[in-house]
Every structure is written in structure tokens, then in C-alpha cells.
Design a binder for this molecule. Sequence first.
Ligand code: IPM
Ligand code: MG
Length: 380
Amino acid sequence: MNNQVEQAVQAFRTLLEEQIARSDAMTRSRTISDFHSAKRIVVGVCLGDGIGPIIMREAQRVIEYMLADDIKSGRIVIKKIEGLTLENREACKKAIPDDVLAEIKSCDVLIKGPTTTPKGGTLESANVALRRELDLYANVRPVSVPKEGIDWTFFRENTEGEYVLGSRGIEIDGKLAVDFKVTTDAGTKRIARAAFEYARKSGKTNVSIVTKANIMKKTDGKFSLLCHEVAKEYPEMFVDDYYIDIMTANLLNENVRSKYQVFILPNLYGDIITDEAAQIQGGVGTAGSANIGDRYAMFEAIHGSALRMVEEGLSEYANPSSILKAAAMLMRHIGYGEKADALETALSVCNDTERRLVVTGDKTGVTCGEFVDYLMEKLN
Ligand code: IPM
Ligand code: MG
């Protein structure tokens, strides 16, 4: 056992050195994409696993329809990226095979179907790897329920916290296991700034910082402190602090929940609470997710690859709403705000108000393709 402790201490030294290097790299120069003046924007399309290829077929159809003029002029290039499949990832034993990563990096933005992460084993989640490789530090997840006055935008830190060393914990056989959570100053300030900038640009005035700083004193303590420090640059904002446990309750409390607007959270809490929020909106099949960095951005549904639907022969009945919300966020990100608004309005008419055709996820509802035909009528 002494030997294992010795090895663990060595491993910890390496981890610390690597994380200090990562933090230093973050504070060096930043390349920030400017899509408004770009002559050419390459949009990568990754199908993913399970229901991914079905919902992505429809997302691509909608994007190609809405951006048709600029695709024709060559300003927008749609690039299909093959090979981000579980089979290929397992064969290469890599979360993202090298050639696929190179293709992805040749794009500016990406829209991606859900990818399967096997439980256990050593294959890392393709999502987590992409977020790290492309440095997509802001996971932005909007949730709205207009009739209840809910309009929330979650800014989840997306590259560190509990995830950054997720597969590199330490185990002493038959005794105990330790995982690590890492919070850096640079990583916290950039997510806080992204959230406050968004709040300012979109006329929001209420920002909630959500941690468990009473227990995770070092990491969440730092996170909360630095968010408040950044907040000083935004004096027009009403900023409040909550612990994650009470915030999960507050989201269910109809007397208070509509006052929240923008949330800033460390990675794992952000992961969990955004599923809860999506459920309040109507289910995880209804929410879109943006993963934003300075150079790249990736847009996806917040749900998984739903292999069970594939096994039951129900893939064609998958709900494309979540990936279409992601498509709208992508269009807004690259400067097509009006198109994004139009797509969001059409989705809301089809899903909330008119509901002439409904996707239920099984044969009691319409197929993904039929729903998108209906949606496209509303785009005209
Ligand atoms: C999400 C997902 C991912 C995460 C999984 C697929 C790794 O739950 O995007 O919320 O935990 O971040
Ligand atoms: Mg999640």
C-alpha cells in the first residue's frame, strides 16, 4: 500500500504541474473569431451516434434552407464530418480520432449530434474531449417558458471543475478512491465575463452565482469570489449568490423562479441543473446547448444518443426540437440573428401554441421528418 501512496503522490504532482500549465496558457494571447466581417464561415456537421444521424439530417435540411443564399454565394460552407462515431472512436481508442479532430479544426463552428459515451472502460466522452480540444469554455443553455415568465440562461463553466481530471482520479485498492476538482482564476473569470457580457447585451439585470462554497471551500469559494469580482465591472446588475441545493429547489418554486435570468455555475452543477431546467421547459428533448470558445463554437442538443429508441426501431420518431434550437443558436452566433429568431418563433408555434403535429418519441406522434416539414411551412 505504501507503494500505491507513493505512486499517487507522484501522480498528483504531475496533475498539478499540468493544471498550472493549462492555467498559464489561458492567460496568454487569445484569438477571437469575428464572424460579422468574415468572408467565409465553415459550418461543420457531425452526425453522432444513435438518433444523431436522424435528427442531424433534419437540422442540416433546415440550416441549408435558411442560409440558402449565403451557401450559394460561398460565404457559408457546410462541411460534413464523418467518423465521430462510437465504432470509429473505439477502433482508434480515442475520444476524437486525429483525422476527425483535424477536420473539425478546419471549421469555424460545428453542429453535432449526440455521441455515446460507454460507461466504465477508458474511452473518454467525445463531448468532454471536444470542449477541451477546442477550448469551449462557456456552455450556454437557454430555457424559457413564456407563459410562466421564465426566461433563463445558464452559463456553465465547461472546461474545468469536476470534469478536467475526470478520468484521472486515484485509487488505493480495496480502500478508497479520490477524484479531483480544479478551479482556476483564469477559467473562472472568463466564464463570469461571458455571462455578464451576455446579460448586458441582452438587457438582463439579474445574475445568480450558484456554487456549494460552504462545503467546497477552495474551489467553489474561489469561483464565487472571482465571479463577484468580475461583477464589479457591471454595476447595473443585481448579483446574488446561492448554493446549488437551494437553487434546484427554487427552480421548482413557482413563487420565485421567474425572477432569475442569468446563472453562472461550475461545470458539474451546471450539467445537473440544466437537465432540471430543460425538464421544466418540457423535457431534455426541447433544449439546445451552445459550447462557446474564443475561436471555435459547437452547438448540440442537450440530450443523449437515445440508443434505446434505435433498438426499439423508433429513431425516426425522435424529437428534433433540441437540435433545431441548437441550430438557431449557431445561426445567431455567426451573425444571422434574424434567421435564428425566425426559427425559434416557428419552433414555438409548432411546439407550444398551434401543435397541429406533435412528436411524442413513439408511434403515437409524427416522425422527425414530418415535424420538420410542418415547421418549414411556418418559415415561409
Ligand atoms: C451534457 C452531457 C455531457 C456532460 C455528457 C454526455 C458527457 O450530460 O452535455 O450535459 O456531462 O457534460
Ligand atoms: Mg448533462
